[in-house]
Ligand binder design. Sequence first.
Ligand code: GLY
Ligand code: MN
Ligand code: MN
Length: 441
Amino acid sequence: MRKPSEHLSLFSDRRKRLADKMSGSALIVAAHPEMIRNHDVHHSYRQDTNLYYLTGFEEPESILLFRPGMTPESIMFVRKKNRERETWDGFRFGPEGTEQEFKIDKVYPIEEFEKVATESLKGVESLYYRFYKNPSVDAKVQNILEGLSRSQGRTGYGLLSVHDADELLGELRVVKTDGDLKNLRRACEISAEAHIEVMRATKPGINERELHGLFIYETAKRGSAREGYGGIFAGGNNATTLHYVFNDQNLKSGDLFLVDAGAESNYFTGDITRTYPVNGKFTDDQAEVYEGVLKIQKKLIDHVKPGVLFQEFHDMGAALLTDLMLELGLLSGRKEDIIKANEHRKYYPHGIGHFLGMDVHDAGLYFKKNVKEPRPIEEGMVFTIEPGIYIPADDNSVAKNYRGIGIRIEDNILVTAKGSENMTFKAPKEIADLEKVIGSN
Ligand code: GLY
Ligand code: MN
Ligand code: MN
């Protein structure tokens, strides 16, 4: 049985904060559909982030209908109890159990969603719902909108207006509460500790997959249910593929090893990257590029404080990394011209970071709505800072000694009142510290 894993007030507090932002409106949030992996095997199921965020409920085929200020205010639709299905697939709370255990005002069987929601939405001014995440619920919501419209007879009123629920919830999620931060801190801690265990087990000849397995094991041992995204365990030139997911090669002495991995704690995830030598000792060339990237990362982290525009970190990152590429002779010309022509993207093709929370690339607006102006960062926001340089092994335009080097260093940074807190400080990144840990098992 998967009882609510956290104190229920965390979820009801979130619903209260949400209520203040949507007066007169209602919200529908649905579970993701279950996905077939092959034949009759499903992918392991993870609840839709927003549905978990507001309820703590983890079963598929469930929907929340939230009507602040009305009675009942929180309504859910869930699978009925079913002895046979529960024998095969596991426990279900059923409507009664969900009402009791999750403190939801009223819970119905999922089959009654269309009928009950059509009645329950009468009188609301608008609806928040995100289309295109669950096609079968989309079809039901369309029927509900049409049913509501018909029920208005010949009044001339149009369809209930629908706004994007994910945008509304994204803005709620982008500034973390103390409850959020407790979970996120734990996710960062678990992830950092597992990175250290992977460093300790790294040695020439070991397979990337073994170390990926070790990461998952070490985080599971510390209470994590799953990774926050598919970990990247990339030896040598594999690190120049940004989202390398094969993780099936043997590590070679003399190569670097890039590990980008993070684990969840109560649906919040860490997102850490460390890069270090397979044999435990940086070559001079590797150290030169590594120190360059590390210096840039520290400079960017030092720049974090409330009020700075998020866009500034992207611009600063691009400028500093371009300086480094010029120093290393990867590019030539004037820095400004290189950036204007996007030439630096040849070796640094991603952004400097992203919001982090329950989704690895978390919700929240990066630009002010409508005016499209960059947004200043605020206390309580968390984002990654992850500069990198990737030099493919077959790039003949670069000196041989740098080819096949892919380096990224990524930490998770909380904006505090006066500056920042590095939530992933536990994972070593100084060369001397790394060299002490690598292969020390
Ligand atoms: N792990 C994906 C990222 O760093 O954005
Ligand atoms: Mn990241
Ligand atoms: Mn990452």
